[in-house]
Structure formats: C-alpha cells, structure tokens
Design a protein around this ligand. Structure first.
Ligand SMILES: [Zn+2]
Length: 268
C-alpha cells in the first residue's frame, strides 16, 4: 500500500509539487503535518503544508512577565522568538497562509496547559485598526483566539476593546521606546457591552516583543473596570524578569484596580 501511496504522491508532485510553506522543502524530505483545522475563520483552501521540521521549531513553552504599570501579568507563550518561529509567523501574517493558525494554536494551547492550570477565562484578541484589517484581510490575533478557544474551551470577546488610532507596524520599529510611543492610547474599551463580562479576561496577541501593545490593551480594559489576568502569545522575546519588562512598567504610572489584583493573584 505504501508503494502505491508513494507512486500516487510522485504523480501529484509532477503535477503540483508539495512544498513546505515556510522553508520550501519538498514533501519527501521531511514529511508533513496537517496544518489547518476546520474552524471559524478558516476555509478549505486555507489548508497549507508545513514540514515536520518547521512544526517542531514551535517550542519549547516559555513563561515571562509583562510589566503593565498596574502590576505584573503572567505571559504564557508557545516559544521564545526564534528564527524558525519568526518565519512561520511571517508566512502566516504577511503571505496569507491562514492555515498555519492550526499548528500555532495547537502549540500554544499545549503550552498553556503545561504552564498553568487552565480555568474558565475568555480570550480578548488584540484588535486591528479597521484600515489594517481591510488591507490584511484578517486579524491574526482574532483568528488565533478563535482556534485557541476551541482547544481550551474558552469564550472569545472581540467586543470589549477597539483600536481607535491607526499606528505604524510595531514590527518595523526596533526601539522599545518607539514601540511604546507608537501604540500609546491606541485602544479604547466600551466597558460592559450587551453581553455581561462574567469570566476573567486573557489578552491574546501573536507575538509579544517589547510588550508595549498588550500593555496598552490591558490599560484600556482596566480603565473600563474589566479584569485581565494573563497574556497569551505564540512567541515572545520578553525575558522573565528582565530589563525590557521593567522598562515598560516604568512608563505606565497609573494605579491598579482592586478586582484586577484579586483575579491576578489566582495566576501566581
Ligand atoms: Zn518547513
């Protein structure tokens, strides 16, 4: 049977060679894992081949700290930012390979369960400005949150925070202070909407580099009395208790909210 399968694949290869969307290696070289999973926001043609070597580059899980200025928040990530994961995320965000959300969300869900006992929380994806959303066609953090929610049994709240100011792409700014200035006051929360907020909130972003974006999202939610207990990301370059985390904290002088403190205490 295996011979028939190989022959069939060889014929398919002649017609349309199957290559990894990230590294471009042919399927015979490394083997492939199923990349897409049927879920809200994905279409059949979003399925993409990802080789096992690139898939294996997602990990190991890491735990860091985001200093929000109103207390530290735990950050759970599937991996530190490495060249491999940067390549996967680049293909996913900028080359329209939506199906890569499958292995990325699966790796993050696995890491979250390894790093912390998961309790009922709702996921709040970092919103895109409507103009950026139109240009890219999808909000990668929202897609990640939706697929992640299927793994974790969580809800997704896209109604609690909006990006009210168009900003430059954080990825194009290398200096942490420039990143911070770029997103300051970029988000606003309407507070409670028609749906009550009855579960602790966890902010979801694709990559956390300086922490500036998620800090602003947490600040907007906190200003509307909505408790945030943690941040999830596929990859981060934030150290556990490093200089960059401290720097973000130092630039956010607002006071904490009592409910937030209690909710966050459960995550320590
Ligand atoms: Zn590959």
């Amino acid at each position: 049977m295996r011979g028939v399968a190989l022959l069939w694949q060889a014929l398919l290869d002649l017609w349309a060679p199957v290559t990894c969307v990230v590294c471009g290696c042919p399927w015979t070289e490394a083997g492939f894992c199923a990349a897409a999973s049927a879920s809200r926001g994905l279409r059949i043609w979003d399925e993409v081949p990802l080789c096992r070597r690139c898939a294996a580059g997602i990990g190991p899980p890491c735990r860091a700290v985001v200093g929000t200025g109103t207390g530290d928040l735990p950050l759970l990530a599937a991996t530190e930012t490495t060249a491999v994961i940067a390549g996967v995320i680049h293909a996913w965000k900028y080359h329209g390979q939506r199906g890569l959300v499958g292995p990325l969300a699966a790796a993050l869900a696995k890491s979250v369960r390894l790093l912390h006992p998961w309790e009922g929380c709702d996921l709040v994806p970092v919103p895109l400005h409507p103009r950026r959303l139109r240009a890219r066609g999808f909000n990668q953090s929202a897609l990640l949150a939706r697929v992640l929610a299927l793994h974790l049994g969580a809800g997704v709240r896209e109604d609690l925070v909006a990006r009210v100011r168009a900003t430059a792409q954080q990825a194009r700014l290398s200096d942490p202070e420039a990143r911070m200035g770029n997103v300051v006051r970029a988000f606003r929360s309407p507070g409670c909407t028609a749906r009550p907020v009855d579960r602790p909130l966890v902010v979801v972003d694709d990559v956390v580099t300086s922490g500036a974006t998620v800090v602003e999202v947490v600040r907007a939610l906190s200003a509307a009395d909505l408790p945030v207990v943690a941040v999830l990301a596929i990859a981060t370059s934030l150290p556990g208790q490093g200089a960059r985390a401290a720097k973000v904290a130092a630039a956010s002088p607002e006071g904490d909210h009592v409910a937030n403190k209690a909710a966050r205490a459960q995550w320590r």
